[in-house]
Design a protein. Sequence first.
Length: 317
Amino acid sequence: MVDVWESDALSFEIKGVSFSSPIILASGTAGYGYELEGILDFSKIGAVVTKGISPKPRDGNPSPRIAEFSVKGFQIALLNSIGLQNPGARAFAKDHMPKLKKIPTKIIANVFGEKERDYPHVIKVLENSENPPDAYELNLSCPNTQKGGIEFGVNPKSVQRIVRLCRKSTSRPILVKFSPFSEILPQLVRISLSEGADAFTISNTLPSALWDKKYGFFKGGMSGYPLKPVVLRCVIELCERFEDIKIIGCGGIYNFDDAMEYFLAGATAVQIGTATFLNPKTAEEIYDNLLSELKKSGKTLREIIGSGLKITAYQRN
């Protein structure tokens, strides 16, 4: 169990919703979340982000769906092409949310769609259900089928409309999840903030490809170690540009040191993704190590967040 000092040292808020821990389970990497009951101590987990939810059911992509990227026998990344398989918003609200609400942590529903109006549609279904989530994460890395497959998250107008529609559909916190397109990311964040976004998950996976002798080229989203330096740069630049911005860092976090680099860069919290596949208790272990270090230093996490930006001594190009 988490005591009072731990809660104060590690807790944070987004739009009035309090999260007891800055360690979050990323979307799509822990099932729906409740599958890890009995394995994880959820009192040490700030939130579970659900698998992506769309208006209608999706079967996802055919196999193979996951490929391993290894260098000299060492796995450094995964490529996934799951295809956002899910039962649809109504079935999710009926069959999965009641189980999720029994977990002693916050629930963040990851929302996606093929059209702009799909996003607020999913939110309205969940808002009108018996067990709404605590917050929403908008996955804007999906292709807009009405605009030739262009990703929502690289189109400022689409970002503006989607966030605006979602803000009108709920009073709960809205997190916007972007891929690490560093050139336009500040513009997208500024637009999102102006339309009522409360926080940002940086980042989604990177579009990548691997060659396989049996299947040919496997295309999917890359997660794991190679993502960390890319995402860290994005987090640094956003925290330097936007005062008091709340960023949830996501990418290449396998241990306490990885998580601490994100906090030093200004992230309010972190999401654990690929590492959970290798060790389902990774998030809990990071929490324990973080708490131990804070106790040694006598500091709260709030005192550490962004402190690395003040001591950076090199010129960024």
